[in-house]
Design a binder for this molecule. Structure first.
Ligand code: PLP
Length: 377
């Protein structure tokens, strides 16, 4: 089955009772047993729920994993995944990652004895140097948030699998999505998502997902999801399922407009630096070309002029956190998505106070460029 067909059908079938083509929202906490010690397929909605299962199976099919799990947010998916580790374990993580993930890794999990080293994951030697005898996980986010840095996932998997430590590799695939990047084909063990973004695509849900590559990892993640209670709700699962139907077509348009916007900004004399992996001036362009089928819908740039006045003049782009929806959004990384990173950590990662991140929506490309053009003037 091709990707677009999976986006519409995988994990879903018409409701056996009514024939409803849209998966019903099973808004129930519990399911009546057939008899003593005889539960039906589902018994309690934290453990599993038919609407959530449809989404989980659809996500597993799109990523090419063996199982999927849907969570109440991207952060709950990430927190749950980190519970695979125990006190004393060490993680090598990219230094340019979503600010909330950074906060979890730098400020919360160390309290429970998990250690982190943040590095730029663009160089095999640096990764090898960061690995310690207790390293149990490498955490990549490619393209990264907000600088769109590219990590060669084949290199990461090779290092992890050649080490004697049993290192798990995790890719946060929120930005690329399975439409443009398939981490499992490059040897990655676990894929995580904020489904809040492109998978849902309509800025109307907060959700997350983990997709696994082996039966053991699937068992571990389900055990943790159930034990921690980090599951997605039925209605939220349904919203993401609904978003998936148009997912490939949305991604094509996001990427088409993003490239046009990146080229426009690159040619603009007021703009200092543009970050978009589709530009051949981007340092990760060659790796992105090798491992991705397209470059996604986020464009960042450094704006040297008055940031407040630029943001206020925009008419189509809305000043808001998040990305991946139909509505184009603009944000200032240092005071919004990455405010939870200490200024020194931002500086170390190369996230300047001038960095603006655009989420290119589904509006007409010419209108988006016109809006940016008038606001920059
Ligand atoms: C790459 C990435 N991962 C994870 C998250 C966290 O997801 P959520 O906001 O759904 O908890 C975000 C949020 O922006 C993100 O950009």
């Amino acid at each position: 089955m091709k990707f677009a067909t999976k986006s519409v059908h995988a994990g879903r079938k018409p409701d056996p009772v009514t024939g409803a083509i849209s998966t019903p929202i099973y808004q129930t906490s519990t399911f009546v047993f057939d008899d003593y010690q005889k539960p039906k397929e589902h018994d309690y909605s934290r453990t599993s729920n038919p609407t959530r299962s449809a989404l989980e199976n659809a996500l597993a099919a799109l990523e090419g994993g063996n199982a999927g799990f849907a969570f109440s947010s991207g952060m709950s998916a990430i927190s749950t995944t980190l519970h695979i580790l125990k006190a004393g374990d060490h993680v090598v993580a990219a230094n340019d990652i979503y600010g909330g993930t950074y906060r979890l890794f730098a400020e919360i999990l160390p309290k429970f004895g998990i250690e982190f080293t943040f590095i730029s994951l663009d160089d095999e030697e640096k990764i090898n140097e960061a690995i310690q005898p207790n390293t149990k996980m490498i955490w990549a986010e490619t393209p990264s948030n907000p600088l769109l840095n590219i990590t060669d996932l084949e290199v990461v998997s090779k290092i992890a699998h050649e080490s004697d430590n049993d290192i798990l590799t995790v890719a946060d695939n929120t930005f690329a999505t399975p439409y443009f990047l398939k981490p499992f084909e490059l040897g990655i063990d676990l894929v995580v998502h904020s489904t809040t973004k492109y998978l849902n695509g309509h800025s109307d849900v907060i959700g997350g997902a983990v997709i696994t590559s082996t039966p053991q990892l699937a068992e571990d993640i389900h055990f943790l999801l159930n034990g921690l209670g980090t599951n997605a709700a039925p209605f939220d699962s349904w919203l993401v399922l609904r978003g998936l139907k148009s997912f490939p077509y949305r991604m094509k348009q996001h990427a088409r407009s993003a490239r046009a916007v990146a080229e426009f900004l690159y040619d603009h004399h007021v703009i200092d630096q543009v970050f978009y992996p589709g530009l051949d001036t981007h340092p990760g362009h060659e790796i992105a070309k090798k491992q991705m089928n397209g470059f996604g819908g986020v464009v960042s740039f450094n704006l040297k002029s008055d940031i407040k006045s630029f943001l206020n003049k925009l008419e189509i782009f809305s000043l808001a956190e998040s990305l991946g929806g139909a509505d184009s959004l603009v944000e200032h990384a240092a005071t919004m998505s990455h405010a939870s990173m200490a200024p020194e950590a931002r500086e170390e990662a190369g996230i300047s106070d001038e960095l603006i991140r655009l989420s290119i929506g589904l509006e007409d490309t010419d209108d988006l460029i016109e809006d940016l053009s008038q606001a920059i003037k």
